[in-house]
Write a protein that binds this ligand. Structure first.
Ligand SMILES: C[S@@+](CC[C@H](N)C(=O)[O-])C[C@H]1O[C@@H](n2cnc3c(N)ncnc32)[C@H](O)[C@@H]1O
Length: 388
């Protein structure tokens, strides 16, 4: 055994059932899978079976339902050198994306073997988010590795996710080093200005990249882009459609959208600050393509029914505003909503108009990979339906 106190806080004996789950690929274990004493200090722990044989390494978060987040089944020494190798390997896998964009997720948590940590690159700015107490203990190491590997102009900490409250962690949004917080990023041949510090999530919706591309392939004529954030999709659509109405409830997002349209010379976009449901319920406009990408509505199973009711309402309202041969595309980043459930809701709403599913898509797996067999890691899905 090469356990060093510096990096490994202690050892934990895992129950037989816990070991079986771990060996079957489970990435989280609750405290019920721990034999005997359950440590209350966050950090990295070595997991042993009842015969004291090594079975894995995990971040331990004392007050989290995900008490143990497993990051290795091999007996490695999780020091700075180890994490540098993991982050470098994750980056290597994304290098191909550099030919189409300078904005990409470098580390996608569990799928990249650093549970509850995301690292995103926006041009010369890197932002990161940590959502567990266990991983918080290696924050300084992560910052030092980002500096060494990517030499960014600035590093931004976007630790504002509500999950941190469950873990007992403070919410933090700050520039860790450097001064700038506005990046210039490109995607789909356009350039966008992005305030990484002020933006939603870690700055932007990188996971939606492939769906933005799919939507711009499907769209034509008069277009409604609902829940448009900073107008990236609206700008992409603008080049090939008659006009776009771009609606978002956030004043900052609309302001950024107007700037992005101006940078790219998109003159056929009307930006509207408001609620998409209210807009659709009161507007008499008719569109050929309606795209709706609402925020997450059901992170837990108990939120599923209200979320499906919301998607149903959105689909019904959108159909009223959809012209003959029109296309409706709805996305869901709600963890608990499956592709099938989303599709069912949309198809039911289109019954009288003979809806046909013409597209099914998901998060951009090039930088938001999915862990095989783990449905939580497949969270973003989209369905497009064409109606008579
Ligand atoms: C998932 S993001 C959309 C991302 C976008 N598709 C993109 O590619 O960048 C959801 C957006 O919905 C906005 N939003 C939330 N509730 C809203 C509402 N009721 N009406 C309009 N916009 C809303 C948020 O401000 C956010 O920008």
């Amino acid at each position: 055994m090469r356990y060093r106190d510096v990096v490994i806080k202690g050892r934990i004996i895992v129950t037989n059932k816990g070991v079986s789950r771990l060996q079957a690929g489970e990435v989280w274990l609750g405290r019920g899978y721990v034999e005997g004493r359950r440590p209350t200090h966050p950090g990295i722990y070595a997991l042993l079976d009842k015969k004291r044989r090594f079975v894995g390494l995990a971040f331990l978060s004392p007050s989290s339902p995900h008490y143990l987040r497993i990051f290795s089944r091999e007996e490695v020494e999780p020091d700075e050198r180890y994490w540098k190798k993991v982050i470098r390997e994750a980056y290597e896998k994304r290098k191909g994306l550099a030919s189409i964009t300078n904005a990409m997720r470098i580390v996608h948590g569990e799928a990249d073997k650093i549970p509850s940590v995301v690292i995103d690159m926006y041009g010369d700015i890197v932002s990161f988010q940590i959502t567990s107490y266990g991983a918080e203990t290696i924050k300084e190491i992560i910052i030092s590795i980002i500096l060494e590997l990517f030499r960014p102009s600035a590093i931004i900490e976007k630790d504002n996710a509500t999950q941190r409250k469950i873990e007992g962690l403070p919410l933090i949004e700050r520039i860790v080093c450097g001064e700038k917080h506005v990046a210039s990023v490109y995607e789909g041949g356009l350039t966008f200005e992005l305030d990484v510090l002020g933006g939603q999530k870690t700055g932007a919706y990188l996971d939606y990249r492939e769906l933005r591309s799919a939507a711009s392939n499907l769209a034509g004529g008069r277009v409604l882009d609902g829940f448009s954030y900073e107008g990236w999709l609206s700008c992409l659509l603008s080049r090939k459609v008659a006009y776009v109405i771009s609606i978002d409830s956030s004043a900052d997002a609309i302001k950024a959208g107007i700037k992005n349209a101006s940078i790219n010379g998109c003159e056929n976009i009307e930006f509207v600050r408001g609620d998409v449901v209210k807009y659709l319920a009161s507007s008499n406009e008719v569109f050929n393509f309606i795209h709706l990408d609402p925020p997450p509505l059901a992170k837990r199973r108990m939120d599923l029914m209200p979320a499906l009711a919301y998607y149903r309402r959105l689909a019904q309202l959108a159909l009223r505003a959809l012209d003959r041969d029109g296309i409706l595309m709805i996305s869901s980043c709600s963890q608990a909503v499956s592709m099938e459930a989303l599709e069912r809701v949309i198809i039911e709403a289109t019954q009288k108009r003979n809806g046909t599913v013409i597209f099914r898509g998901m998060q951009d797996t090039r930088d938001h990979p999915i862990i095989p067999g783990r449905k939580e890691s497949f969270y973003l899905k989209a369905v497009a339906v064409k109606v008579d």
